[in-house]
Design a binder for this molecule. Sequence first.
Ligand code: NAD
Length: 247
Amino acid sequence: MKFTGKNVLVTGASKGIGAEIAKNLASYGLKVWINYRSKIEEAEAVKEEIEKAGGTAAIIKADVSIEEEFINAIKTIVDSDGEISYLVNNAGITKDKLALRMSVEDFTDVINANLVSTFIGCRESLKTMSKKRFGAVVNISSIVGEMGNPGQTNYSASKGGVNTMTKSFAKEGASRNIRFNSVTPGFIKTDMTDLLKDEVKAEYEKNIPLSRFGNPSEIADAVAFLLSDHSSYITGEILKVNGGLYV
Ligand code: NAD
């Protein structure tokens, strides 16, 4: 795949889907900034794997739901590389509970971690990418942001917000040649879905037309496409990668 840009920041990249996105983008020759919040050893393991495969990576600590930390992370990258070409807003959390038992704190924690962080990333990258009149951002949303899910009123609100916000950023960024798209994964095999009970997983699998959970690499491929030159006329798109579960 062909990329005009030279570097990328992937948030929450020390494990799961983020780690796979980081490794995949490094394989195309991009310098990858691996963001982590607390476990440096996991981020170092991803960096090591990238370097062993001949790629280039750096590690950057930030809790991306905290404005100052996310802004500083982007500033560090621009100071080091002279630019940030691509951003993947991948960091996210769940705090599932039926709405009747969900506190406002459970709700706002997830909104801050998933939606506010993505807003900060989009806004800051728009500012800095505007200087070069080039850039692309992919926001990792969720199928749940499209169809809703019991026990996930907070998460579905955050991811639904990411989808429509992506479209608004796409409209603001287009005149500066900066593209914003989102990917909505279905159920993907990571620690996040490991939290689900086996019977719940089996029930979901029954309803997925491709009859299985997805692999993180299948999300990473969609992200690479949406950042690459091959999608140069695609912006404001919400790309479903869900095995046909929601079409
Ligand atoms: P994961 O829990 O394995 O990894 C998430 C990563 O994000 C972790 O490393 C975590 O430390 C990091 N993170 C969370 N909040 C952060 C913050 N404020 N600052 C910095 N890092 C932070 O989860 P995953 O399954 O790999 O999920 C990645 C993304 O994909 C999330 O946005 C998630 O909502 C989305 N998603 C996952 C699935 C799935 O089935 N796994 C489905 C749809 C969408």
